[in-house]
Design a protein around this ligand. Structure first.
Ligand code: ATP
Length: 255
């Protein structure tokens, strides 16, 4: 049975329908990715799942119970944590205070302490910076803090909105490596929204392509990576070969 099952949801900003009949699933322990251009509706899907926005139509089921009209804090308590776009850490609080806020719905002190050690294991820099104001961290460190804070709620499902945004390629690789470890070692399922299609498809098991608020393709990432349209529009492979062909033709003229 799917851990998360989203069926035919429609979510609006005022009169504007941002997502149109979206259905998707995340299996226990798996990573699913939603790819799409700017404004396709990726963030809106995550906000609808985490209860920040309410769908006008359709259903969101987590562990076979509807959470479509449940308050966000209750959704966290049931096991879904959201790492929002742009990190949104509390700049004036310390790194440690930010982490402890992630566990505010829990009462199991020893479990919280264990999980704090575990997130410090994934992100050692956060232990070193524990007493520092979160606002003074670099962009990459803030992204690590946002992920670590979400983990402190001990989620079964982690929603991640553009974890690569604004980070250098080296940092993106490092953070994606840690996300992979978290998924493998803790069996945390992940639903990720990404513009970096190459990284997302190489990490995730299953992928969805979103265009103008609708899912237009759904398949294993291995199959999506072989799909000609995905290669051309999301991986830029055809573009590259067209560029190469032009360069080659130009070269020929010079001979
Ligand atoms: P990006 O990658 O740029 O964040 P996205 O795929 O996450 O894009 P959404 O942020 O979900 O897209 O936006 C989906 C649609 O809803 C877009 O057309 C956007 O303009 C619109 N939208 C988003 N936020 C609002 C808002 N607060 N008020 C009105 N329309 C909005």
């Amino acid at each position: 049975m799917a851990l998360l099952k989203v069926s035919n949801i429609e979510t609006y900003y005022g009169p504007v329908m941002a997502i149109k009949g979206v259905s998707l699933e995340v299996q226990p322990g798996q990573i699913a990715a939603i790819l799409g251009a700017n404004g396709a509706g990726k963030t809106t899907i995550l906000k609808t799942i985490s209860g920040v926005m309410e769908p006008q139509k359709g259903d969101v089921r987590f562990r076979d119970e509807s959470v479509a009209h449940v308050e966000p804090h209750e959704i966290v308590r049931r096991g879904i944590s959201h790492v929002p776009e742009g990190r949104e850490v509390f700049h004036d609080l310390t790194v440690r205070e930010n982490l402890m806020l992630g566990s505010y719905l829990r009462r199991d002190r020893s479990g919280i302490q264990r999980d704090l050690e575990s997130v410090y294991g994934y992100f050692p820099v956060l232990r070193e910076r524990g007493r520092q104001r979160a606002g003074s961290l670099s962009g990459g460190e803030q992204q690590m803090l946002a992920i670590a804070r979400a983990l402190m709620a001990r989620p079964a499902l982690l929603l991640m909105d553009e974890p690569s945004l604004g980070l250098s390629p080296l940092l993106v690789r490092e953070i994606f490596g840690i996300i992979k470890r978290i998924n493998e070692e803790q069996s945390t399922a992940i639903l990720m929204v990404e513009q970096n299609a190459r990284m997302a498809l190489s990490l995730a098991h299953y992928g969805y392509i979103l265009e103008l608020g609708r899912i237009v393709m759904a398949d294993t990432c291995a199959n999506l990576m072989e799909n000609e349209d995905v290669k051309e529009f999301y991986l830029g492979i055809k573009e590259q070969s067209v560029r190469d062909a032009k360069r080659w033709r130009r070269k020929k003229k010079w001979r």
